[in-house]
Design a protein around this ligand. Structure first.
Ligand code: GSH
Length: 232
């Protein structure tokens, strides 16, 4: 049984997508980030970066004490190793998945996140910042499109690399991108969107959260954090 500390954001969806694909049994522990629940000491104990997602595996391989994991990439890798699914066992296949997983973690996620911030949430519309992140997102979409020109998924079969990237393409319109400019990416996106596990993962999100995460109150909690938020 996996406990998933989760909110309905792209980094949260990555993990419900995996859990639904692998048909693992899991319980969602909602962490309302717009209400500041990520700063609770119990949550910081498993996620010291005060960010969702995190998991606790109460039935780890080999038994023993429960294992907790934070950072969505680390969680995907942990679950892939636990189940032996969505990452190949051979050296080359594994390296391929890992490099695209880390590419998402270090590039697509953070850049698209800044894109959302400056395009939609920043109190001032700063053209330089908006343009910088819209263009960088555009470049990253181009990288994905090229990679997908001659293969169905990012690294061989459907893998944790695809699960990490997909939720960050879902808000492509908000990111100022047109999927018609990226036909291979669009084909990949539509294929993953139609997977029954993806559909179930996004259905779970709708059950858990019926309100928009962003409000004026939430912005005060989410933006402008300093070291003070993690002081116990
Ligand atoms: N690198 C982290 C990023 C996680 C992250 O940014 N989570 C956001 C939601 S998508 C969050 O929890 N925000 C809470 C906050 O900013 O206080 C991961 O991939 O797990």
């Amino acid at each position: 049984m996996i406990e998933l500390y989760y909110w309905t954001t792209p980094n949260g969806h990555k993990i419900t997508i995996f859990l639904e694909e692998a048909r693992l049994s899991y319980t969602i522990m909602p962490v309302r980030i717009g209400a500041g629940e990520q700063f609770k000491p119990e949550f910081l104990a498993i996620s010291p970066n005060n960010r969702i997602p995190a998991i606790i595996d109460r039935d780890p391989q080999g038994g023993g004490a429960p294992v907790s994991v934070f950072e969505s990439g680390a969680i995907l890798l942990y679950l892939a190793e636990k189940t032996g699914q969505f990452i190949p066992k051979d050296l080359r296949g594994r390296v391929d998945v890992l490099q695209w997983l880390f590419w998402q973690m270090g590039g697509l996620g953070p850049m698209a996140g800044q894109n959302h911030h400056f395009s939609q949430y920043a109190p001032e519309k700063i053209p330089y910042a908006i343009e910088r992140y819209v263009k960088e997102t555009n470049r990253l979409y181009g990288v994905l499109n090229k990679r997908l020109a001659d293969r169905p998924f990012l690294a061989g079969d459907y893998s944790i690399a695809d699960m990490a990237a997909y939720p960050w393409i879902v808000p492509y319109e908000r990111q100022g991108q047109n999927l018609d400019d990226f036909p291979h990416l669009k084909r990949w996106f539509e294929e993953i969107r139609a997977r029954p596990a993806t559909v179930r993962a996004y259905e779970r999100a709708k059950e858990i959260n019926t309100e928009p995460t962003m409000s004026e109150e939430a912005k005060k909690i989410l933006f402008g954090q300093t070291a003070g938020v993690v002081k116990s």
